[in-house]
Design a protein around this ligand. Structure first.
Ligand code: GTP
Ligand code: SPV
Ligand code: MN
Length: 586
């Protein structure tokens, strides 16, 4: 399929290493994919679902010990430990290669090697970057075919260039003790062994589009971020774009495809989804920040997705979708998960494939069960989705799960302060990664598990981008949909109603809304958040807009501790922001 010498040489080396019985180049044709689906059904790797109700849809179950990203086994293998920084696991590249090659050697014996040429970003776009993933998993091929642009066209666009990311994935025995997700940013290389779970093995996603790309972005002057991108169209037909970074399982997919509340719909508001997880952003010729979504599909959290919370996501999953670790309804050969509706199937298998009817109080779907759906299935996919030039960003929004502390929304004072706000982000952990759930941890820019180099250098890169953007820089905000009341219930209704907050954000960008200055930034006047048609009192709203001075004094102490991790590397501008915050809180 290609004469590219760097590609052919690398493939030859991989073949010699893993020793497959057969080699298959993925050309991207529907014919070839259909044959692979049939083969995976034969071996039980995937299950064909009810084709009348869910045409083109399949179910897959991962191994029980392999259901989420494994941050403690994810490594950045730069020449020096300093480059990887204190928030990444590090291994010297030579040691890592040796260890990984020992694990991978001969691991494809009796198996087929699939070679997937893929593009992150529309093929041929100035934003696009190319990769080749070698895998022994049909599930990976089928997911990559949804999540990225694959096949011959990618190799044609690549031509003879050596500028592409090498990715080797070996399932091996799915042995947790030998599971490693390793990145070699200086070699454009990713090696993933002993896993079959999405974020660990769909190498275009977190491994390339965030860890390797963030490293490249710093070198080349652009940004790779864990952000959704959405467009809000007002009744006059003008569209404003927002990019928002929330940690894993904190609402990106939901916000990216939200359905406007009835009163907004009537007025003519529309929301367009450009991306739900990753944004690549560059400064355009006009000096503004332009973003593309490098992906081609959604790898979304299933639990909680329903016709009320996120109809657009649910509709996206009704055809040509792969479900992973959800409940299998045996009566009609469909799928189910917690929060889909209130009728768990009576005759079903849980995510582990065991008989399940919900009566024993256990969950049927894994909390990190997922759907892989083509972006083009989404009813509100942006007309700009496939545009190689991207969309201009007006506002950047950070957010996380905070039961207290963070108000519903606030605006940073300027770009530097905004970078500070991103750097101090904290959120309660979720099931998207293995480990304890619900523990507050600092997750700067939602990039803690995804930044491919020293986090403090990453902050410096953000500050530099701001200097280049000058007065054309997007305004930076922080949101928190997750404030809890004394009974542990979410106070803010969230989901579609979040548009009310986004409207204030856009109004601020256009200089149309007022704000109250607080020590942490600008908070809305309660009457400036439109509550029309919503059963939510202005007093309750005031409550979640409040900034608690004592909590924030405590917070600054924690930030100070957190910053210490990075020593002298913390940019002076951020240390200054911390000092200014402390003095404003006095
Ligand atoms: P990743 O794919 O892991 O990066 O996650 P994500 O950020 O896209 O999160 P997603 O939109 O899938 O939401 C994760 C969970 O948060 C789901 O269970 C949602 O139901 C819930 N959620 C999303 N938005 C809101 C909201 O506005 N309010 C509340 N209370 N829950 C929400
Ligand atoms: C996340 O965990 O942020 C995800 C899912 O989007 S994964 O692809 O597993 O990283
Ligand atoms: Mn994500």
């Amino acid at each position: 399929m290609t004469k590219n010498p760097s590609v052919l040489k690398w493939i030859e080396e991989q073949k010699n290493l893993v020793q497959p019985d057969e080699v298959v180049w993925i050309d991207g044709s529907e014919e070839q994919l259909e044959a692979l689906r049939a083969e995976a059904c034969r071996t039980g790797e995937i299950i064909k679902l009810n084709q009348e109700k869910l045409p083109g849809c399949y179910l897959h179950r991962t191994a029980i010990n392999d259901v989420a990203r494994v941050e403690h086994r994810t490594f950045i293998c730069t020449e020096t430990e300093e480059e990887a920084g204190p928030t990444n696991n590090w291994m010297p590249p030579a040691d890592a290669y040796k260890m990984l090659y020992d694990i991978a050697r001969g691991s494809y014996k009796g198996r087929t090697m699939y070679i997937i040429p893929y593009s992150m970003g529309p093929v041929g776009s100035p934003f696009a970057k190319y990769g080749i993933e070698v895998t022994d998993s049909i599930y990976v091929v089928l997911n990559m075919a949804i999540m990225t642009r694959i096949g011959k066209s990618v190799l044609d666009a690549l031509g003879d260039s050596n500028d592409w990311v090498r990715g080797l994935h070996c399932k091996c025995d799915i042995d947790e003790e030998k599971r490693y997700i390793c990145h070699f940013p200086q070699d454009n290389t990713i090696i993933s062994v002993n896993s079959g779970y999405g974020g660990n093995v769909l190498l275009g996603k977190k491994c390339f589009a965030l860890r390797i790309a963030s490293y490249l972005g710093r070198k080349e002057g652009w940004m790779a971020e864990h952000m959704l991108i959405l467009g809000i169209e007002n009744p006059k037909g003008e569209v404003k774009y927002i990019a928002a970074a929330f940690p894993s399982a904190c609402g990106k997919t939901n916000l990216a495809m939200l359905i406007p509340p009835e009163v907004y719909k009537k007025k003519g508001y529309k929301v367009w989804c450009v991306g739900d997880d990753i944004a690549w952003m560059r400064i355009g010729e006009d000096g503004r920040l332009w973003a593309v979504n490098p992906e081609n599909g959604f790898f979304g959290v299933a639990p909680g997705t329903n016709m009320k919370s996120n109809p657009n996501a649910l509709i996206s999953t009704q055809k040509d979708t792969i479900f992973t670790n959800v409940v299998h309804n045996l009566d009609d050969n469909t799928v189910w998960w917690e929060g889909l509706d209130n009728n768990p199937p009576k005759n079903a298998l849980n995510w582990k494939g065991e008989k399940w009817d919900g009566s024993d109080g256990t969950k049927g779907a894994h909390p990190n069960s997922r759907f892989t759906a083509p972006a083009k299935n989404c009813p509100c996919i942006s007309p700009e989705f496939d545009s190689g030039k991207g969309v201009p960003i007006d506002a950047i929004v950070f957010g996380g799960r905070r039961a207290k502390t963070a108000p519903l929304v606030y605006q940073s004072r300027d770009w530097s302060h905004g970078v500070f706000v991103g750097s101090i982000m904290a959120s309660e952990t979720t099931a998207a990664a293995t480990g304890a759930v619900g523990v507050v941890r600092r997750d700067p820019m939602a990039m803690l598990p995804f930044c491919g180099y020293h986090m403090a250098d990453y902050w410096a890169h953000w500050l530099e981008m701001g200097e280049k953007l000058g007065d054309k820089a997007p305004k930076i905000f922080n949101v928190n949909w997750f404030r809890l009341d004394d009974n542990g219930k979410f106070i803010w209704p969230g989901f579609g109603e979040n548009l009310r907050v986004l409207e204030w954000i856009i109004n601020r960008c256009e200089g149309k809304a007022d704000a109250v200055e607080t020590p942490i930034g600008y908070v809305p006047k309660a009457e400036d958040i439109n509550l029309e048609g919503l059963d939510f009192s202005i007093d309750t709203l005031k409550g979640i807009l409040e900034v608690d001075n004592d909590l924030w004094v405590q917070e600054t102490a924690e930030i100070e501790e957190f910053y210490k991790k990075f020593g002298d590397k913390v940019p002076a501008a951020l240390k200054e922001q911390l000092e200014m915050l402390k003095s404003r809180l006095k």
